[in-house]
Design a protein around this ligand. Structure first.
Ligand code: FAD
Ligand code: UDP
Length: 383
């Protein structure tokens, strides 16, 4: 008998499970169809003893003191600032995001001040009346040549779409800098969980009111396990049996390799922006974790149309289709839709935690606590 069924044990589901169990004292069943908790942030030691991420590299960064403080209850941290180099077709490696060093190395220049670099960008930037697409964002800031070198091919591979077909929010994630800051993120908090993400999730879910069932599809327990309310963190269109058609999610296949040498590359991630290779980036975990090992493990990401849903695809027609599902979600009582797949938002981990904490506050103001003598019986919502 459970007060809540939570489908999905990633950041959205685990954050809510912990809050509901700890603050409300209610009983939670959290399930995941995968054989582990932590969702896409899952990490584990491989055969060489190297802590690696099964679903691609996850680097924690946030400007939210509240999110950082909340997660700090479940983990200690290792300070880590992510750095990325782009490897071009000719083998040249330059900092990404584009910064002063990138411009100087590519063009054999020696620009010194930010004003000089801004003037370089301005001389190449194209006027765009209204910035709508992911192409507009970049060409209006740095011009077509840098756009083609760093963004067009990478984006076409990653999304199977031209940047002109994608919302401006996608390439806006990556800034352009006139200084020499070569960090990928500039957030106030940039850390890796000291013992890894999976350990952090285990601590979050270690509560007498929480039952964890991995390797369990929602369909397998639907109608069989009684519960009052539900949190859904899977794809929103799946919950409604794709009633309005499939909502597009982009997938990836990961190639994990352990190499018999100490290091594979000079930094955590090397991006491959060109279309001469079918993958987008290679990441090497020891840079992220600080682990010492004679071997090293890397992951190469190959974008794919089919497979596990990893990314919502931000473009106007998908936003329209999502709105139809969102209306259905809003009209479904006692089910809360939370997370990257369920709210179709290209959210980082910290944004998902923030969304889950905000959802918890709404639950607190709108859902009465089960009273001890409540004899109304449990309802298998969604069954
Ligand atoms: P998920 O982690 O996807 O969890 C949802 C869970 O629901 C899954 O485990 C799934 O198995 C389960 N589920 C779905 N349907 C069912 C069902 N029917 N029955 C049972 N279980 C079900 N963010 C960052 O902040 N920094 C990064 O560096 C970063 N790197 C990333 C790299 C890659 C390659 C990817 C794909 C994402 C990255 N992210 C990163 C984003 C991050 O993964 C997400 O923000 C976060 O994991 C989303 O959490 P979630 O709980 O919403 O979803
Ligand atoms: N991007 C690009 N070239 C790069 C890095 C990023 O074109 O070298 C674009 C691409 O469209 C990508 C988006 O910017 O999907 C966001 O990049 P980010 O690194 O944030 O992607 P994520 O880590 O979420 O996969």
């Amino acid at each position: 008998m459970f007060d809540w069924l939570i489908v999905g044990a990633g950041f959205a589901g685990a954050t809510l499970a912990e809050r509901i169990a700890t603050v409300r004292g209610e009983r939670v069943l959290i399930i995941d169809k995968r054989d582990h908790v932590a969702g896409n942030a899952f990490d584990e030691q491989d055969a060489a003893g190297i802590l690696m991420h099964r679903y691609g590299p996850h680097i924690f960064h946030t400007n939210s003191d509240a999110v950082f403080a909340h997660l700090s209850r479940f983990t200690k941290w290792r300070a880590y600032e992510h750095r990325v180099l782009a490897r071009l077709a000719d083998g040249k490696m330059v900092p990404m995001p584009i910064n002063r060093t990138t411009v100087n190395r590519l063009n054999d220049l020696s620009l010194v001040t930010e004003d000089e670099v801004e003037a370089f960008f301005n001389a190449r930037a194209e006027h765009v009346a209204e910035i709508r697409s992911s192409e507009d964002v970049v060409v209006s800031r740095v011009g077509r040549e840098l756009y083609e070198t760093f963004f067009r091919g990478y984006t076409r591979k990653q999304w199977g779409l031209d940047p002109s077909e994608l919302d401006k929010s996608v390439t806006s994630r990556v800034p352009t800098r006139a200084n020499t800051d070569d960090r990928y993120f500039t957030d106030t908090h940039q850390f890796m969980p000291l013992d890894g993400y999976t350990a952090m999730f285990k601590r979050m879910l270690d509560h007498p009111n929480i039952t964890v069932m991995t390797g369990t599809e929602f369909g397998a327990i639907k109608g069989k396990v009684p519960y009052r309310r539900m949190v859904w963190t899977g794809p929103v269109d799946e919950f409604f049996d794709h009633r309005h058609g499939k909502l597009p999610y982009r997938s990836l296949t990961f190639k994990h390799e352990t190499l018999d040498r100490e290091w594979a590359q000079p930094c955590g991630t090397v991006n491959y922006p060109g279309e001469e290779v079918p993958f987008t980036r290679i990441s090497e975990y020891k840079h992220l974790t600080g682990q010492v090992n004679a071997k090293t493990t890397i992951t190469t990401e190959f974008p794919a149309a089919e497979g596990d849903p990893y990314y919502p695809v931000p473009r106007p027609e998908n936003a329209e289709l999502y709105k139809r599902y969102e209306a259905m979600a809003d009209a479904t009582p006692d089910v809360w839709f939370v997370g990257r797949l369920a709210t179709y938002r290209y959210y980082n981990m910290d944004q998902v935690v923030a969304q889950a904490l905000a959802t918890f506050r709404r639950i607190e103001t709108s859902v009465p606590l089960r009273s001890a003598n409540d004899a109304t019986g449990l309802v298998a919502t969604g069954a």
